[in-house]
Design a protein around this ligand. Structure first.
Ligand code: NAD
Ligand code: UD1
Length: 348
């Protein structure tokens, strides 16, 4: 019988791509999301893309901090596993509003974990981040590196990782995989779903995309005096569909083995500078991205990229796409949806 997966935050960027891959893989998917940073249109598009599997997707507008609402979802379906994406993720905002981040991300997660335990569903995949490596002393980052957090957002990831390790330690029935994402970019190759950030984008590629469609005049490059090949910061960009597939690999591992609480990097293992990424996007879009050089962004690391060995070995998963495909698909989404899921009137 098809397995049923609860996807929290499934209307968001990574969640919507993962929901689609799950449906195509034959899973039943229930999404809960409060739509705080997303649109239900994303899920309508997921249904369209899922074709014959569309009827296997259900959506409930639920805030994870609303215990009764979460209880109701678990009462109506018996889940085989939960993939937990729901959370706030803007680093700068987390510095301004730490309590909002602790309240939303940590209380939301504790609620979810308590309801899961009460309903006997103790199989979890959690969205962690390479941010838990802080400013790594060396690269590639392996899963054994020391952990740190430079801001409240990063601290919520670190705390939730620790909470997961603790609950599994206290109750061996829990099976948990913590996935540390590097830099997810790109979109589904159809161009129908993609990233649609509210307000001014914090991350590189959403900003580049908005410059390309004429919504912003230029990209500000944060620092060109790093000790890298062209002076700009190096990151490990990963295609969001590869990332989504990584979650399915994690589920398969959880269903097949006695996992305990394990952690895996999801990246490509390749480092790319800001200028290399901009050049790849210019090539894919045939648009010029005007650049303004500026100082370093506070808190930014110089070079971050993943060791992918553990995920390759134990999850049997490896990223397939390179930056050309990431930029091609990002531009396909942006050119078809210059205002994301919204209209120019309600976008700033
Ligand atoms: P996103 O904002 O597009 O998706 C998160 C979703 O969670 C949104 O749809 C939002 O409405 C929902 N949500 C937030 N708080 C909620 C709550 N209390 N109850 C119910 N729904 C809630 O972000 P994303 O890029 O898809 O990221 C998904 C997860 O991956 C997040 O936990 C994020 O921290 C993590 N992550 C993202 C990145 C990245 O670069 N995008 C990198 C590392 C880790
Ligand atoms: C940022 C977050 C990190 C989070 C990750 C994924 C900070 C300090 N870190 O990381 O916690 O996990 O996003 O959501 O915010 N850049 C520019 N101009 C821009 C935007 C970015 O030059 O307008 C540069 C950055 O300096 C960096 C690279 O592009 O070198 C990538 O930046 P970004 O996409 O924000 O990701 P991270 O810095 O890895």
């Amino acid at each position: 019988m098809a397995k049923s997966i609860l996807v929290t935050g499934g209307a968001g960027y990574i969640g919507s791509h993962t929901a689609l891959q799950l449906l195509l893989g034959g899973y039943n998917v229930v999404v809960v999301d409060n739509l705080d940073n997303s649109s239900e249109i994303a899920l309508q598009r997921v249904k369209e893309l899922a074709g014959e599997f569309a009827s296997n997707l259900a959506f409930h507008k639920v805030d994870l901090r609303d215990r009764t609402a979460v209880e109701n979802v678990f009462s109506s379906t018996k889940f085989d596993a939960v993939i937990h994406f729901a959370g706030l993720k803007a680093v700068g905002e987390s510095v301004q509003k730490p309590l909002l981040y602790y309240n939303n991300n940590i209380i939301g997660t504790i609620n979810l974990l308590e309801v899961m335990a009460a309903h006997g569903c103790k199989t979890l995949v959690f969205s962690s981040s390479a941010t838990v490596y802080g400013w790594p002393k060396e690269v590639p980052c392996t899963e054994e590196f020391p952990l740190s957090a430079a801001n409240p957002y990063g601290r919520t990831k670190l705390f939730i990782e620790e909470i997961c390790r603790d609950i599994q330690h206290g109750d061996a029935e829990w099976k948990i995989i913590l996935l540390r994402y590097f830099n997810p970019v790109g979109a589904h190759s159809s161009g129908h779903i993609g990233e649609d950030p509210r307000g001014i984008p914090n991350n590189l590629m959403p900003f580049v995309q908005q410059v390309a469609v004429g919504r912003r005049p230029h990209l500000t490059v944060y620092g060109n005096d790093y000790k890298t090949k062209d002076g700009t910061g190096v990151r490990d960009y990963i295609h969001v569909v590869d990332l989504a597939d990584g979650h399915i690999a994690a589920l398969k591992k959880l269903f097949a083995a006695d996992v305990g609480c394990e952690v895996y990097n999801l990246g490509t293992g390749k480092g790319t500078t800001v200028l290399e990424m901009v050049a790849a996007f210019e090539k894919a879009s045939e648009k010029k991205i005007p650049l303004v050089m500026a100082g370093r962004r506070p808190g930014d690391a110089e070079v971050v990229y993943a060791s992918t060995e553990k995920a390759e070995r134990e999850l049997n998963w490896k990223a397939n796409y390179g930056i050309e495909e990431m930029c091609r698909d990002q531009w396909n989404w942006a050119s078809k949806n210059p205002y994301g899921y919204g209209s120019p009137d309600n976008k700033d």
